[in-house]
Ligand binder design. Structure first.
Ligand SMILES: [Zn+2]
Length: 368
């Protein structure tokens, strides 16, 4: 049973107001607000609200039993206005089947990046033993879940790789090439250094945590991007925010904006701890920080809709179009002043806050 309904008078980020009719979970019509051509089903007055295609969070941790990096799918999905989440490497080949099975009980659509280590985040040093980088087992998982696994994940920081340096990334890249799937690489504290990591990445690969403020970061002390970053962006390597507990610095974000190294996608790296205690709280909260950095609403929302959908190779998830399955997020933009805190305790004052109000996805309307 799908919820047939008409969303009346919601605003798009380009300022147009529309009525959207949904029949049997599919967008039947998108019309200029008040044009009256559409009717049927439940009416929802959306005046004062914005509508976009459903938000996509490209970096979350949605395998609840893992500590510290785990959470419940719908808590970080539809309840926060996020219709599609991509679990970023919580599981390797050992547990990816359990993550795939957990989708059945969720209202949120879930995809996964397979951790190149078979143990995934059952350990937080999952690349410290090369025996866990079992290529045949990893390839087998990709063959088993072709509609679920959308890429690979490798966490390239010192506490994860320990003595193995750049070697896990070389193996990850071999897996990515063998499967034709992109690779998301987490950057953090060295070793390895970002200057060793970036040259291995090619078009379509993603650097997550690109705005971190750690010493092994992508921007020099004077704020200019390191040469390897400029080269990577020119090759088509994509930049993802992956805010997380420790990986978003306002200072770095300002340097990136000043030097024109734009985000492709804004993701949260959300899990139980940073959802409940900050500094992430929600994808909407992370998006609001980018309004405080003076990005426009359409740039910010575009990063979690069209841009993310394009990277997934699923453009229909990033648009509002008659004939597509309805995948929508309703949100408001409030005007109260708010103090935002980054991963290092630095603050900025914002004038606006994005608040998720509801989603329509998989045939159902869910209020936030
Ligand atoms: Zn993460």
């Amino acid at each position: 049973m799908s919820d047939n309904m008409v969303l009346r008078g919601a605003k798009l980020t380009d300022g147009r107001k529309v009525d959207i009719a949904i029949v049997d979970g599919v967008i039947a019509e998108v019309a200029e607000a008040g044009s009256g051509g559409i009717a049927g089903g439940r009416e929802l007055d959306c005046s004062g609200l914005f509508v976009s295609s459903g938000w996509i969070d490209l970096h979350v941790h949605a395998f609840p039993e893992l500590h510290p990096y785990g959470d419940e799918i719908d808590e970080i999905g539809v309840k926060q206005g996020v219709t599609v989440i991509v679990d970023a490497g919580s599981c390797g080949a050992d547990r990816i089947g359990d993550l795939a099975a957990s989708r059945a009980a969720a209202l949120t659509t879930v995809f996964a990046l397979l951790n190149v280590s078979r143990v995934g985040l059952q350990r937080i040093d999952e690349l410290s033993d090369l025996a866990w980088l079992d290529k045949e087992q990893a390839m087998q998982a990709v063959r088993l879940y072709p509609d679920f696994i959308v890429g690979w994940k490798a966490r390239m920081s010192g506490s994860v790789v320990r003595e193995n340096g750049i070697r896990p990334l070389e193996i990850a890249k071999e897996l990515a090439e063998a499967t034709g799937l992109p690779l998301m690489v987490h950057i953090g504290s060295a070793p390895p250094k970002v200057e060793e990591i970036l040259p291995l990445l090619t078009r379509g690969d993603v650097v997550t945590h690109y705005l971190n403020g750690k010493s092994n970061r992508l921007f020099q002390a004077d704020g200019r991007p390191i040469p390897a970053l400029i080269e990577a962006v020119a090759r088509g390597v994509r930049m993802d925010v992956g805010h997380g507990t420790a990986s978003f610095s306002f200072g770095t974000a300002e340097a990136a904006k000043h030097s024109g190294v734009r985000f492709d996608t804004i993701s949260s790296d959300i899990y139980r701890g940073n959802r409940q205690n900050g500094p992430v709280y929600s994808l909407a909260h992370v998006l609001s920080k980018f309004l405080a950095l003076n990005y426009s609403l359409s740039e910010v929302i575009g990063a979690v809709t069209a841009n993310a959908a394009q990277w997934l190779g699923k453009p229909e998830l990033g648009r509002i179009q008659a004939g597509d399955r309805a995948n929508l997020t309703l949100f408001s933009v409030t005007g109260e002043q708010i103090t935002f805190v980054d991963s290092e305790g630095a603050t900025r004052i914002g004038e606006h806050q994005i608040i998720a109000r509801g989603v329509y996805t998989n045939g159902r309307f869910i209020a936030c």
